[in-house]
Design a protein around this ligand. Structure first.
Ligand SMILES: Cc1ncc(COP(=O)(O)O)c(C=O)c1O
Length: 403
């Protein structure tokens, strides 16, 4: 039975409207939303094709996106998941499963991070040591004596040396240290493709690594623990002839697979991402200068020489003696069309879910994390913004902070 005429007209109008959407256009400069859609007609058309094909579960488009993303990052393997958080959880579980880390090992985690950055460490059977972040970048910097979860917060890449570095690049697509991309700086990295990120698949994530054994473990853990998607699948099938190869489970696992609709978005988003990151990065550098010129009672966090800041969002830290507190400043920015958020989980040690959580301990004082907790906030950054949006932000901050 065919769809009623009215529904047909509605769907056709919707599709046409989206086909005209242009993710490259610049947004008007008198507002700053947290996020702007990064997708257009190519993604919508590909997703519609997936829906009409009937094959909506993980398939060739997810595989194509994995290859494109890994090659952009400079890693040998990409493993797509249904979110950044599940990419983190699968990646850390795979590190334990393959013996790169042992259950009970301590992992350094920055006190300023996203909630699931920390929880994924715990769910893999590891112990987390929360440490303070660098005051000039709000991320980890320097040499550490234990494995580190390098959380490239707000697009600012961590510059760390440690016995093992594993990256949370969920908010840092395209960040670089010394020419090397986030996601290829350590043994493995996790990305997020949630709507507000550099590029999106609605929800979605990706693990990148150049360690084949680790990538295979990730593929098993992502899909029920089975052998099906692994590069060594045939060897494993020969090893266990008594088990039907269609349901051959070789590791403990879960289901963190993306859909083919997400893959359809991903293949096109992968083509756009480098251009988007360049625009965000240029904006970040311009905005830092524009805001700093005003000599306002707040700090911004410029790009560090030798790195590329991926400019996920534009972070600021109010001075202790600013005439207006953070809550009031954010309320007045929002009233002007400038959306604000706290800087990620701020000081995770002060979050109710983390206080007294087994497996977590704090090492050293956390003055920077505390400052971020009390006075930090960020506004959106986007490929759809330009320097004029930085002018709008600086003007608004100056008006409000003048009293
Ligand atoms: C640093 C960091 N890690 C992890 C995540 C979680 O990603 P997702 O929302 O895709 O689960 C986010 C989300 O913004 C993030 O910023």
């Amino acid at each position: 039975m065919s769809a009623p005429a009215e529904l047909r007209r509605e769907v056709a109008a919707l599709v046409v409207r989206h086909l005209d959407a242009d993710p490259d256009r610049r947004l008007r400069s008198d507002r700053l939303p947290l996020a702007v859609p990064s997708f257009g007609s190519a993604e919508v058309a590909e997703a519609v094709q997936v829906l009409l094909s009937g094959h909506i579960t993980m398939g060739a488009r997810v595989a194509a996106f994995e290859n494109a993303w890994a090659s952009w990052v400079g890693a040998s393997h990409g493993v797509m998941t249904n979110s950044g958080s599940s990419a983190l959880a699968v990646m850390l579980a795979a590190l334990v499963q393959t013996g790169r880390l042992a259950r009970g090992d301590e992992v350094i985690v920055p006190a300023v991070a996203w909630s699931t950055s920390l929880f994924s460490v715990l769910s893999a059977g590891l112990r987390a040591v929360l440490v303070d972040v660098d005051p000039d970048t709000l991320v980890l910097r320097g040499r550490f004596d234990r494995p580190v979860l390098a959380v490239h917060l707000m697009g600012q890449p961590c510059e760390v040396e440690a016995p093992l570095v594993v990256e949370d690049a969920c908010a840092a697509a395209g960040a670089k240290v010394g020419g090397r991309m986030a996601g290829a700086l350590g043994v493995a990295g996790a990305f997020s493709f949630y709507f507000s990120h550099h590029v999106t698949t609605g929800e979605g994530g990706m693990i990148t690594t150049s360690d084949r054994e680790l990538a295979d473990a990730c593929r098993s853990i992502r899909a029920h623990g089975w052998a099906r998607d692994r590069s060594d699948r045939e060897r494993l099938e020969r090893l266990h002839p008594e088990v039907d190869p269609r349901f051959l489970f070789v590791t403990p696992g879960t289901n963190a697979r993306p859909t083919e609709i997400q893959g359809a978005f991903g293949v096109h988003q992968a083509r756009r991402v480098e251009r988007f990151v360049r625009i965000r990065n240029a904006n970040h550098r311009a905005w830092c200068e524009i805001v700093e010129e005003r000599r306002l009672p707040l700090r911004v966090f410029p790009q560090v020489p030798g790195t590329r800041h991926a400019a996920f969002g534009f972070a600021m830290l109010l001075d202790e003696d600013a005439p207006v507190g953070r809550a009031e400043l954010c309320r007045r920015l929002e009233a002007r069309g400038i959306e604000t958020r706290p800087i990620s989980g701020s000081n995770l040690a002060r979050q109710p879910a983390v206080r007294d959580l087994p497996g977590v301990r704090v090492e050293g004082p956390l003055p920077v994390a505390d400052a971020v907790h009390e006075r930090g906030f960020f506004v959106g950054q986007s490929h759809a913004f330009g320097p004029e949006h930085g002018e709008f932000l600086a003007r608004s901050l100056a008006d409000i902070l003048a009293g």
